[in-house]
Design a protein around this ligand. Sequence first.
Ligand code: ATP
Ligand code: ZN
Ligand code: ZN
Length: 809
Amino acid sequence: MPELAQVIVDVPTMQTNQPYTYQIPSTLEKQIQVGVRVVVPFGNGSRTVQGFVVALDQPTDYDGKLKPIKAVMDLRPVINKELLVLSKWLADTTYSFWISCLYTMLPNLLKAKTSRIIRIIDDVDEQVAFDIFHGRDELDMATVQDKPAIISKLFQLQRAGKITIDYRVEDRARVKTVTGIKPILNFEQLEEQRTSLHPNAHAQNRLISYLQTITGQVVKIKDAEHVTGLKTGTFNQGQKKGWLEKVPIEVYRNPLGMQASLDNQHLDSPLHLNPEQQHAVDEINKAIDNHDPETFLLQGVTGSGKTEVYLQTIANALKQGKTALMLVPEISLTPQIVSRVQRRFGSKVAVLHSSLSNGERYDEWRRIERGEARVVVGARSAIFAPLKNLGIIILDEEHESSYKQDEAPRYHAREVAKWRGKYNHAPVVLGSATPSLESRARAIKKVYHLLHLRHRVNQQPLPPIEIVDMREEVKKYGESNFSQSLLRKLDQRLQKREQSILMLNRRGFSSFMMCRDCGAVLKCPNCDISLTLHMDTHTMKCHYCGHEEPIPYECPNCHSRKIRYYGTGTEKVEQELHQLLPQARIIRMDVDTTKRKGMHAKLLRQFGQHQADILLGTQMIAKGLDFPNVTLVGVLNADTGLGLPDFRASERTFDLLSQVSGRAGRANKQGEVVIQTYNPDHYAIQDAKNHNYDQFFNQEMALRHQAGYPPYYYTVRLMASHPEEAQAAKAMVRIYEQLRRGIAPSTILLGPTPRAIARMKRRYYYQIVIKYKKDPQLHNLLFKILHDTQSHGYKDVQVSIDPDPQYFM
Ligand SMILES: Nc1ncnc2c1ncn2[C@@H]1O[C@H](COP(=O)(O)OP(=O)(O)OP(=O)(O)O)[C@@H](O)[C@H]1O
Ligand SMILES: [Zn+2]
Ligand SMILES: [Zn+2]
């Protein structure tokens, strides 16, 4: 039996970022395994924290007295061997705390809730006992948090040694149960009961007959009521008379409300593949069969049938007794994709998206962990799904920046996918119509295996794209969100009863409030950014920190009443469209209209059933949608992203335009696209117009080469923040000096500079961008800096390190 356990404790600091050794008390020795959560004492005093057992019986160089583990929270490990090894790698490569990585992999409910419990340990006077403790001898600190008078009294009592504060770890992971019934008596005994019944007790008579049919079973009471038509009261009587007992039945919360129906429904069969698809499927299947952890880049134009390639290779993995993981960006985790996978694989599928409640997510996680779900579809964090024996990992739209998490741990799902592919000897498939420059460059270097789908499944060419120069439009026709050409084409679709998709770049884009007298812009008090107008809640909101305030009637600066709202939000566009095309039925889709659960699916279903002529939305409609009746796509403002201070601005614009254009003409009707822009000559827009990925790739690569950006250089961004600007700047200068002394001669430092958004959540941010090709010492140097900045001289400074940042803003 093991005597010692190595535990990663839930104390995220650099100093506690390695396992601590605890003694295993003999009462717990059977329950302690690697991967279970435990409760351990930590530090001096009575503090207890949650932790994870990461190893058993390793020698320790600590020679003090070891503390014993207090309790075990799990009957079986919540972190399996693979994920444990992965968590260590993740912490190392993303400069994060090991404990944060473990939590990132697990459903939220497995995070412990720590509460502070105040206990009376010595006599206190009666009045206090009554006023504060209400006659009990314990009190949860959270309940008095906002009562300063009580808090100060408590501290007084603590100093006097009358009370102590305990930290208590609570497990929030609850399985959901429903009530079931179970006959206690056997057939004959029930028959005997019947003889003693009153002749008019028809309901009880029927209950006995029913119970006789289910002896030895447990049945949900709801089902029993349904089958028998009896009321709950009758079952309660049966319970009182000792015929049956009530027992809890563990059930899964049902995210789509369809798990059961999936079991009975007949499944879609695979489509007959075209030669390009067949080749791709053959190559990937070969890798699955040979346990070859190869990375494929599946580059297929929009509507080329990439999804079918995914589905058929997943089917092969399942046939081999393996499991499959498919990631899609949250924004395109549309009901369309999900239902395609479910219609193919039925109840074997688990879906993980961010709109699941904590309980639902925990249930899906348990279905996966127990091997009941063998195909997982989900957004970024689904890359940590506890599937065993993975046979294939797919990242659809691999170029999407949302695959990178922009808070700690700052991992990229693509890198994690490759790690898990290697660990499981399984191929990774990166799919896109517009691969990231990084991936395409690796394919050219033969690091990735390139598979091409050059043609649309419907044999139609990609839709022709018209570029409209909005500078000319405004001169000729005045301010409008709609060019003459786009209006004409929208009108034609209405005549032909075909549908259109209109995209407005970014939600509520710069719908800010400005004073026409003094020019003041309403800004967030916490962040260096203007507030956005939201008509639905009638408030001004900050998109960074969530700050919200009423729409002002007068300028907060000069008290003028001449305030005006600028910019174009989707709501404004919708209003204008109603005026221009009164007969058009419009569905607006943006963060505001899809906030409520299930709305996203509902709106898309309505559009699919042609209950509307125009789908107007933000980026969220650019990807993944497959509606055969859509023959026109319009982009209202192609260039709003081009001006951003970000070296990937052109790439993102090209990707977005290509993706959204791809929504038109996907079935047998020819489609077309109108792109409105103030920069008609920009190469990102011209190359998108010509559907010329290769030309865009070459030009953009040349620019990146010249400016020394990825994929020619690796980049790391280092940020320091502080409530006072001078302190943030000072810390960054110190870090800069330390960096400069330690880096390789070929490594380049940019900065320190204030971030583009210099103030966020009441803190000022400074940054340094490190560009390097080869710098073997850099990794250790960065860890050293993290360590050093947690100590003296860096009071209240927060430092974070972002490897391969997606944004430099
Ligand atoms: N071999 C095939 N035979 C007939 N129809 C097919 C075939 N493969 C795919 N399809 C159909 O073609 C349409 C487009 O396919 P799919 O959505 O997979 O394209 P995609 O490459 O993922 O496109 P995008 O990148 O634009 O999302 C779908 O309706 C799909 O059912
Ligand atoms: Zn003003
Ligand atoms: Zn804010």
